[in-house]
Design a protein around this ligand. Structure first.
Ligand SMILES: Nc1ncnc2c1ncn2[C@@H]1O[C@H](COP(=O)(O)OP(=O)(O)OP(=O)(O)O)[C@@H](O)[C@H]1O
Ligand code: NI
Length: 310
């Protein structure tokens, strides 16, 4: 079967004007690749500012006007053009956005859930979906400001799930929730995948991602540096030094930090953006780094662990 979503060599940049006249093009995502199969949860993990939300907005065709996107997006085997994205958005392809501010503050929850439909079937459906997410029928009559943060989040997820999507993109869906509440929310995404949808879970929390994802794409400064199977983490089969660093920074692995910080957009220079912090870097890391297969996973590194030395 065709993958639900294929992203190949995607780049997103912004045009900025400085002092009114000087024009600057700021690349924020570079040659990013990712594949999601039906029934699969793929996690995108990366720190703040690495380009996770922009990837989501690029797929949905809702990037801001001053942005420019290049590369290939395919949805179920066919190119995902901006026009096609617009037709599928909110139906087959849904977003659980990063901020609860995406709810319309002036519209009650019920009508938002039903997306303009008023028939009895739509009403029954919206109640059923609310109930599935632990929300009573009274929630329909509430405005977003009358919901707690956790309830608003569940409304966003209910809104997305109500469409029976084929591709669900969840952008940082569990901020500020305790481990149990976060686990419950992730359980819902797992169910949606088990019903046959592809789920793209965007998060900075690797540990949480590993509880439901089959595959993890690791972002660093706007690039995918590794695509690993979830089982590769505990098995010590990670390929990229940054993925290893993320894994070793988890509490159960000793909280080992790495010095330095992720470069800002426009600051990266050519070559590997992780090189300045990498214990294995060489002069060659300033050059072009191909995306390649090592031990059944993908990595963008000249000196991956478990790989042949060049
Ligand atoms: N409209 C814009 N104009 C210029 N730069 C932008 C714009 N939107 C985002 N960026 C930049 O693109 C980079 C990636 O942003 P993005 O929101 O995708 O990060 P993220 O990985 O989702 O971070 P977080 O975990 O904090 O949500 C950031 O450095 C951000 O400043
Ligand atoms: Ni984000």
């Amino acid at each position: 079967m065709e993958p639900v979503l294929e992203v190949k060599d995607l780049s997103i940049s912004f045009t900025q004007y400085q002092g009114g006249t000087r024009r600057r093009v700021l690349p924020v995502i570079r040659r990013l690749s990712l594949t999601i199969e039906a029934g699969q949860v793929v996690a995108v993990v990366g720190s703040s500012g690495s380009g996770k939300s922009l990837l989501a907005h690029g797929i949905l065709g809702i990037l801001p006007y001053n942005s420019h996107m290049e590369g290939e997006l395919r949805y179920r085997g066919e190119p995902l053009t901006p026009r096609r994205a617009e037709q599928l958005r909110g139906k087959e392809i849904v977003l659980v956005p990063q901020g609860v501010t995406y709810l319309d503050p002036l519209m009650k929850v019920g009508p938002q859930l039903r997306g303009g439909r008023r028939d009895a079937q739509a009403r029954a459906q919206s109640r059923e979906v609310l109930a599935r997410y632990g929300l009573g029928p009274e929630t329909e009559e509430r405005y977003p400001f009358e919901l707690s943060g956790g309830m608003a989040r569940r409304v966003l997820i209910a809104t997305a799930a109500a469409q029976s999507p084929k591709l669900l993109i969840a952008d940082e869906p569990t901020p500020g929730l305790d481990a149990r509440a976060a686990g419950r929310i992730l359980g819902h995404f797992q169910e949606i995948a088990q019903q046959g949808a592809g789920v793209l879970l965007i998060t900075h929390d690797l540990e949480l991602a590993l509880t439901i994802a089959q595959k993890v794409a690791v972002f660093y400064a706007g690039e995918t540096v590794e695509e690993a199977g979830a089982e590769d983490f505990a098995a010590g089969r990670l390929r990229h030094p940054y993925t290893n660093a993320l894994w070793n920074a988890l509490p159960q692995n000793g909280f080992t930090p790495i010095p330095g910080s992720q470069p800002w957009p426009g600051e990266e220079g050519s070559g590997c953006p992780f090189a300045p912090r990498c214990p294995r870097r060489s002069a060659a890391c300033a050059g072009d780094i191909p995306w390649r297969t090592v031990n059944g996973g993908q990595v963008r590194c000249l000196y991956p662990e478990g790989g042949e030395k060049p």
